[in-house]
Design a protein around this ligand. Structure first.
Ligand SMILES: Nc1ncnc2c1ncn2[C@@H]1O[C@H](COP(=O)(O)OP(=O)(O)O)[C@@H](O)[C@H]1O
Ligand SMILES: C=C(OP(=O)(O)O)C(=O)O
Ligand SMILES: [Ca+2]
Ligand SMILES: [Mn+2]
Length: 669
């Protein structure tokens, strides 16, 4: 190693050159005698510094005037009583199950000193406390300390917490909060576990192909205890009480207990935000997440294969996160819960984006990660209902979430203006790289990860449809990013083909970013979200088929991937072209186009679409090597066939008729 040009001392070290001395800065020592008399306005209405600071913050969160009809005014819960109930509920959430009761919880930042300098716990908003302290019967040293709870903080408060206490948190020039998620920059599906108990044993999909890797109840409790003890050992924890699902009849109350302001702000953005009134009557959550992501699981614990564990216990309505700070784990964990709860109510949960035209025409966008759900559902000419997770009921669709989670690798203002503009104050920017001085984000920089993300509240998109609900879908668009380059840019599907491709859940992405990797890797993920479904894929497929049939919805397969050859030879289809295709689907013009049938897959492909070079519509035309095209097509067809084998002996719907049709709707050669 070279010594560089450091100023190492000792023998042989450098000494600073003795150049001319720096000019002295004149400080204008005589200033004091030149006092300007014309700027003396009124002085502050405070006599001490503490008083001045106390003037700065006005109390927020108005409480609902309780309008009791008639008598029993005394029955109204006092503010103090309400706060106490809330703290009791949080204490219960944080309770260790091996000790008798929950920890002593108190609201507010432990660092927030009162005016007299004392650190007696106080509420976040500066006013004095109302401490809930459990019985001293709870015997453990941990019960001698307070767990400070930062409850449903605002984005501004969370920014301050993140910047003060979390390494890697910065404000970028667009106002967003840049954060680092740590060692994990994506989900860890192999570390996900689901408790197999008497109930879930028969209800869930287990075994080959299933994402549900079992764990027993006891092991779950071991991990839960680990997470709870970790959280209680901290100075403070963040608690979010929020909702899932814009359909009021099927709304779920969720509580997220986490150690990082980053996680709290992420969920603030991604879940539905309660009004102050809704928060007052929140009560007990339907589901709780314990996010102890900085703390690993113990690898000697049964069922653990790494130091990361994401554990779902449907009976206890709890999820525990250990050993990963990637925030997407929370949102997708809750999505799994919805994939269990909703079908029980005969509601179909969908891993799809959703938007609506001015005429009320709704489209769903299914697809695996990176295929374009967020990009294509965010459409300046349409209302955004949601970018990722929806429910389809007897009356229409509803978004599960209150925010969007966009990939921002190579994001450009020109191509995706609405997402670009949504990245502002309040948005969480994960793992992006920015200029150390100007704090301008470089979206093309993949130094931390390819999977850079922006999480923002849905209302940051100007034409968001609030409330995020809509009528029955008219078009069901299946997105595949085909890096083999053989799927047509758009195909019209009949119902059986839609089901075949929905169950297959295909995409092929390039294997990685390293040089030399030329071979695309095919991924098949049932229902375009095998990592999140809880029941057998055919259950969701049967519901989708039934709904599409009754509503007369049309299925489409759109390739947002390669054209003119596989990855390495061809190019990714231009986003502008894909948008034109999608526009033609929405407007109904594509339905009326002329079609021809492709070989092998039997797709109906349009012969022309306005604004798109016709030759790209049939992939064979854009491949210069026709032999390679045929071979690649057969190769992909073979992968589809092989993947579908596991579904061949499952019946869909009441009679097996649809099953036969679906099997026949795959590639034939
Ligand atoms: N033709 C295309 N259609 C859709 N997305 C495209 C296209 N070409 C490039 N992209 C890029 O691919 C990514 C799609 O990601 P995203 O919409 O976040 O997927 P998802 O929401 O399905 O995970 C975006 O970064 C987008 O800019
Ligand atoms: C958050 C995710 O969703 P998507 O990539 O589909 O947007 C994910 O899969 O981790
Ligand atoms: Ca997704
Ligand atoms: Mn997305």
């Amino acid at each position: 190693m070279s010594a560089g040009n450091g100023n190492a001392n000792g023998d042989g070290g450098f000494s600073f050159p003795k150049g001319p001395a720096m000019p002295k800065i004149t400080t204008g020592a005589k200033r004091g005698s030149e006092i300007c008399h014309d700027d003396s306005g009124p002085t502050v209405k405070a006599t001490t510094i503490d008083e001045l600071h106390s003037l700065q913050k006005k109390r927020s969160a108005p409480t609902t005037p309780i309008n009791q009809s008639g008598a029993a005014a005394f029955a109204a819960v006092s503010e103090e009583e309400r706060q106490k109930i809330q703290l009791q509920s949080i204490s219960a959430s944080l309770a260790s199950l091996t000790r008798e009761s929950g920890p002593k919880v108190v609201r507010g930042d432990p660092a927030e000193k009162k005016a007299d300098g004392s650190t007696t716990p106080a509420y976040a908003h500066g006013q004095h406390h109302s401490i809930f302290s459990p019985d001293l019967g709870a015997v453990s040293d941990s019960s001698l300390k307070f767990t400070h709870v930062l409850y449903n903080l605002s984005p501004a408060e969370l920014y301050e917490q993140a910047i003060k206490y979390e390494k890697g948190s910065f404000i970028t020039s667009n106002g967003a909060l840049a954060t680092l998620s740590g060692a994990k920059t994506g989900r860890a599906p192999r570390d996900k576990r689901v408790v197999r108990d008497a109930t879930t044993e028969g209800e869930l999909w287990w075994g080959k192909g299933s994402p549900n890797i079992e764990m027993d109840e006891h092991t779950f409790m071991v991990n839960r205890e680990r997470a709870v003890d970790y959280l209680n050992s901290l100075e403070k924890v963040f608690v979010n009480d929020q909702f899932l699902n814009w359909d009021p009849e099927n709304r779920i109350k969720v509580r997220i207990v986490s150690a990082r302001a980053y996680h709290s702000l992420f969920m603030h953005n991604m879940c539905i935000r309660p009004t102050p009134e809704e928060l007052e009557s929140f009560g007990t959550p339907d589901f709780t997440i314990y996010n102890a992501g900085q703390f690993p699981c113990n690898r000697y614990t049964h069922y653990m294969t790494s130091s990361t564990s994401v554990d779902l216990n449907l009976s206890r309505r709890e999820m525990v996160i250990l050993g990963t700070q990637y925030a997407g784990e929370m949102k997708k964990g809750l999505f799994s819960v919805m994939h269990y709860l909703m079908p029980k109510r005969r509601i179909l949960s969908l891993h799809s984006g959703c938007n609506m035209g001015k005429e009320g025409d709704v489209a769903l966008f299914f697809g695996l990660s990176g295929t374009g759900k967020t990009t294509l559902s965010t459409d300046h000419n349409r209302y955004l209902i949601g970018d990722d997770e929806h429910c389809w009921t007897e009356t229409g669709v509803s978004n599960i979430e209150g925010g969007c989670y966009a990939k921002c690798v190579d994001l450009s203002r020109e191509k995706e203006p609405d997402i670009w503009n949504a990245i502002k104050f309040g948005t969480v920017l994960e793992n992006v790289v920015f200029d150390e001085h100007t704090r301008e984000v470089d979206y093309s920089d993949k130094s931390v990860t390819e999977n850079t993300r922006a999480a923002y509240p849905i209302e940051f998109i100007p034409n968001a449809k609030i409330p995020c609900i809509g009528p029955h879908p008219k078009n069901v668009i299946l997105l595949a990013c085909d890096a083999f380059g053989v799927l047509p840019p758009v195909s019209k599907l009949n119902l059986a083909q839609t089901m075949y491709h929905f169950i297959s859940g295909y995409t092929a992405l390039v294997a990685g970013t390293e040089d030399g990797i030329k071979e695309p890797t095919a991924t098949f993920s049932a229902c375009f979200g095998a990592a999140f479904i809880m029941l057998h894929p055919t259950k969701y497929a049967a519901m989708l088929a039934e709904k599409m049939k009754t509503q007369g919805a049309t299925g489409w397969l759109v390739n947002t991937g390669w054209s003119g050859g596989s990855y390495g030879v061809g190019n990714r289809i231009k986003l502008a072209y894909t948008r034109k295709i999608i526009d033609a689907i929405h407007s109904g013009s594509l339905l009326k186009a002329n079609y021809k049938k492709t070989e092998i897959f039997g797709f109906e492909i349009p012969t022309e679409i306005e604004g798109i070079p016709s030759e790209i519509l049939d992939p064979i035309n854009s491949w210069s090597d026709k032999k390679a095209h045929k071979e690649t097509l057969l190769k992909l067809g073979g992968l589809f066939k092989k993947n579908f084998e596991t579904f061949a002996n499952h019946k869909i719907g009441v009679d097996g008729k649809l099953t036969e049709e679906i099997l026949a709707a795959g590639p034939i050669f």
